[in-house]
Design a protein around this ligand. Structure first.
Ligand code: NAD
Length: 439
């Protein structure tokens, strides 16, 4: 089929490439000329494992362009995968989705199905349909279907090719049948629902996962107070398959481009309809506090970070991505700088994005060793494999003052025991082998 995808971010580009891999001819459209030029040169503008390789493999079936008219005019199906960022009030900003709808209406010269893949508030597909029909230039039929995306950054290709489910929200059989044809080579269960249910499935899924994270973080915080160990607690809970063992890792909270904005958007939407989603409100509040938990912990050792050299391991919001949206590094590093600390940072892929915010206020290091050298305190924000595999004994060899604040519980406590350092993590006993007197 001839397919166009509007937006070539983490969702749009992965979708386009995976559709090409499954035999479709795909035009990927973006307004960002720089991104389009990078893709035209056979490279991916984002870091996503396996994406560049799959893109190169399917270059014959892929076209990258800023010329939306040529991409949309004779497409059988057009996916909308543009961003829906958070507005100041917490609601979703739909301006990109609506401008794509207008561009599609002005361009299409044959019947087509427009598929909203972006995460959008319940009822948005109806509005997209209204905009399309009001702005059509040619006498054609246009159908709108919701097809929310469930991929996770870092495993986006696998998540798309072997999706847990494909949800199709459609009001007309033609739209549902067309999307079934699009996905006929994908090995995943297909669920056809009302459009509004499909929109809600996406929010309810993300918000439930965020709730699970905030729940385990709250239990972790209490474990610290009463002397239980969150690793043991999560392990014991995870054996129950009604609970499951995923998303039970405590830490400094969720970040990224989805959970923070999707919790706020659903909460806003409920409020708008005079209903308070109390569980989601709690999820958001807990996460806000959790993000700065390591800074609070650092105050046990130093009144302020003024004059200290701080090591930061991990900048991206999670491993496997260069995405910094809502990453704890962006919340905590400004506090360190404001305190007057000298900050050394390491991340395997997110440097370039971080440099856009902090071109020269921090020291960028090529290795974990270089980052730790002669530092007074270390903050672990992202559980990269390189950090997990870094020998705990090397911290005391390299650091001036080996105090490790681990926001992702990268090390097992028994690994720490004989090492000459302070190791303070989330929901577990603090190991203080330096006999340091805490303030
Ligand atoms: P992104 O910000 O990485 O990419 C969006 C792209 O759309 C940008 O490249 C931007 O230039 C482009 N764009 C904006 N206006 C355009 C227009 N008129 N025509 C063509 N392109 C245009 O966003 P993302 O992370 O890929 O997310 C996209 C949507 O998918 C969001 O609604 C998000 O909530 C949802 N989603 C994201 C993920 C994820 O892990 N990132 C997972 C599931 C769902």
């Amino acid at each position: 089929m001839k397919i166009a995808v509007a937006g070539t971010g983490y969702v749009g580009l992965v979708t386009g490439v995976c559709l090409a891999e499954n035999g479709h001819s795909v035009s990927c459209v973006d307004v960002d000329e720089n991104k389009v030029n990078i893709m035209k040169s056979g490279k991916s503008p984002i870091y996503e494992p396996g994406l560049t390789e799959l893109m190169r493999k399917n270059l014959d079936s892929l076209n990258f362009t800023t010329n939306y008219k040529s991409a949309y005019k004779d497409a059988d199906v057009i996916f909308i995968g543009v961003g829906t960022p958070e507005k100041r009030d917490g609601s979703a900003n739909l301006s990109h989705v609506y401008s794509v709808a207008i561009q599609i209406a002005e361009s299409i010269e044959k019947d087509c199905v427009v598929v909203v893949k972006s995460t959008v508030p319940i009822g948005t597909n109806d509005k997209v349909e209204e905009i399309l029909r009001a702005n059509l230039v040619h006498n054609v039929n246009v159908y709108v279907a919701s097809n929310p995306e469930f991929l996770a950054q870092g495993s986006a290709i696998k998540d798309t090719l072997y999706s847990s489910r494909i949800v199709i929200g459609a009001e007309e059989e033609f739209a549902a049948e067309t999307l079934k044809k699009v996905y006929k080579n994908f090995n995943a269960p297909i669920l056809v629902t009302k459009r509004k249910s499909a929109e809600m499935i996406k929010y309810a899924s993300n918000d439930f996962l965020a709730l699970k994270i905030s729940f385990i973080n709250e239990i972790a915080n209490l474990c610290e107070i009463i002397g239980a160990d969150i690793d043991e607690v999560a392990l014991g809970m995870g054996y129950d398959n009604r609970i499951g063992n995923k998303f039970l890792n405590s830490g400094i909270g969720y970040g990224g481009s989805c959970f923070p904005k999707d919790t706020k958007a659903l909460h806003w939407l409920a409020n708008f309809h005079d209903y308070e989603l109390k569980t989601i409100k709690a999820t958001i509040d807990i996460n806000e506090n959790q993000k700065i938990k390591l800074i609070k912990k650092s105050r046990k050792y130093f009144d302020s970070l003024n004059g200290l050299t701080v090591a930061v391991l991990g900048l991206s919001f999670k491993p496997g991505t260069d995405d910094l949206r809502e990453a704890p590094s962006l919340v905590n590093i400004p506090i360190m700088l404001e305190d007057g600390a000298k900050v050394k940072v390491w991340d395997p892929v997110a440097f370039e994005n971080f440099r856009k915010f902090y071109p020269n206020q921090v020291t960028y290091c090529d290795s974990i060793e270089e980052t730790l050298l002669n530092t007074d305190i270390c903050f672990i924000f992202t559980e990269w494999e390189e950090v997990r595999n870094f020998k705990i004994s090397d911290y005391s060899k390299l650091m001036k003052n080996p105090i490790i604040l681990d926001g992702r519980n990268c090390y097992k406590l028994h690994e720490i025991e004989k090492n000459n350092l302070i190791y303070d993590s989330i929901g577990r006993e603090t190991i203080n082998n330096l006999k340091y007197t805490m303030v």
